[in-house]
Design a binder for this molecule. Structure first.
Ligand SMILES: O=P(O)(O)OC[C@H]1O[C@H](O)[C@H](O)[C@@H](O)[C@@H]1O
Length: 414
């Protein structure tokens, strides 16, 4: 489409605003007023995000009805490809991390249409789509069936994906529709993890799932709208980030998955740009951001005698470190999601905190809690999920409606 055509099809939206509402300054007072929060969230995104615990329990029941356990009967596949986009693709990262570095077969999160060229009859494809109609997941399921690969489909009941699975005689795990897809992370991730467990790639007890669900319930309770910013960790994280350029680094592979999820939620809900990575990668490159225009230089120009900066944090980094130091700092080696000793990862997290401190770059640290990797992942996603929504609301954005995403779909759908 040419620029002119793009402009024409944008209708009569004002240039520069495209009918988008919201305000650049955060409305801090809104976060202390439950009635205003409610009114600012007409699509009930907070409620949707709070359903993580129930999603896990429901997914466990639905997966047991679908008899996923029998997947292991045909033996271990040569590889597992998790195909989908957006939140569906994130479940592939979760499976790969849960399977860990000692996993005997490759686990690949495939984020484009179809499946890799090397996939054949010896491989297994998990096609994941919350709506059950994303072209990428449908193309993956179709290609898997055509090439004779083993297929499991996970998505909305009575969807195109469900029909495709039925035609291919492949197991289908229904995921009750809960728009938007990003509010369905746990409903999608649990069947993927249970498939991995049935194939012998993931060690995960029922109790781990139950405890992760309880953790999400507890965090939803701490993050509920009636708790003010002093007691609500999500509101206080949202205020930490307000007006900043967030840089989110995860101390371990598991924490890096949570970092990626946070960046995705900040973009979709709060419409904030951010950088996210594992600290291992960041330490070799993007840690340099701390020295840059938005890092040390922005901080050295700050007037430390001013009562209130005119634009708080404008154009300045805010570091968020997601730390997973393992269960009581002593994760048994066989449970570790990383190839590195936990001490090395902890040292890296301490180091980057010191680097930030020396440069005056503000830093928020979130620590994983819980015994199992799944529970610790849940503990690193719940508060950030809520924070992204509170930040959206404080800027006057409806976190449910993202005009740019809808317009993109309209432009590219033939
Ligand atoms: O899970 P699906 O229904 O296939 O949707 C996949 C993705 O589609 C769109 O890109 C949405 O903006 C994403 O939030 C969603 O995760």
């Amino acid at each position: 489409m040419t620029d002119d055509a793009l402009r024409r099809s944008a209708g009569d939206a004002d240039p520069g605003t495209a009918g988008v509402s919201g305000h650049r300054e955060v409305d801090e007072a809104l976060l202390d007023d439950p009635a205003r929060i409610d009114a600012a969230d007409p699509g009930f995104m907070l409620r949707a995000i709070a359903s993580g615990g129930p999603q896990i329990r429901e997914a466990m029941a639905l997966a047991s009805e679908a008899d996923l356990a029998s997947l292991g009967d045909e033996g271990r596949p040569r590889s597992v490809v998790v195909a989908g986009v957006g939140t569906a693709a994130r479940t592939g990262d979760i499976l790969a991390t849960a399977a860990g570095p000692r996993c005997p077969v490759p686990v690949v999160a495939h984020r484009s249409a179809g499946i890799p060229g090397w996939v054949g009859a010896a491989d297994m494809v998990l096609a994941v789509s919350a709506s059950g109609r994303s072209p990428e997941a449908l193309a993956a399921a179709e290609a898997a069936a055509r090439r004779g690969a083993r297929l499991v489909a996970i998505g909305a009941p009575e969807s195109e994906l469900a029909a495709l699975a039925e035609r291919a005689r492949a197991p289908f795990i229904p995921v009750p529709r809960r728009a938007p897809a990003r509010a369905s992370l746990w409903a999608l991730a649990v069947p993927v993890l249970l498939a991995g467990r049935a194939l012998g790639l993931v060690r995960m007890a029922e109790a781990d799932l139950v405890e992760a669900a309880t953790r999400l319930d507890d965090d939803a309770e701490r993050c509920k709208i009636n708790n003010d910013a002093f007691t609500n960790p999500a509101k206080s994280l949202a205020l930490d980030l307000a007006g900043s350029l967030p840089v989110i680094w995860g101390s371990t592979p598991l924490a890096a998955v949570a970092a990626g999820r946070f960046a995705e939620m900040l973009a979709a809900n709060a419409r904030y740009p951010s950088v996210s990575d594992s600290l291992l990668e960041a330490g070799r490159g993007s840690v340099g951001l701390l020295d840059g225009v938005f890092g040390a230089l922005a901080e050295s120009e700050r007037d430390i005698f001013a009562d209130e900066p005119e634009t708080p944090q404008g154009g300045r980094l805010r570091l968020v470190i997601l730390r997973d130091d393992g269960f009581e700092s002593g994760t048994p080696a066989e449970d570790s999601d990383s190839d590195e000793p936990p001490a090395v990862e902890s040292r890296r997290a301490e180091a980057v905190q010191q680097l930030a401190e020396r440069r005056g770059v503000r830093c928020t640290v979130l620590r994983a809690e819980g015994a199992s990797p799944l529970e610790r992942l849940a503990s690193l996603t719940a508060v950030p999920d809520f924070a992204s929504v509170y930040l959206a609301l404080a800027h006057g954005f409806d976190p449910m409606a993202v005009p740019a995403v809808s317009e993109m779909k309209d432009f590219v759908t033939p």
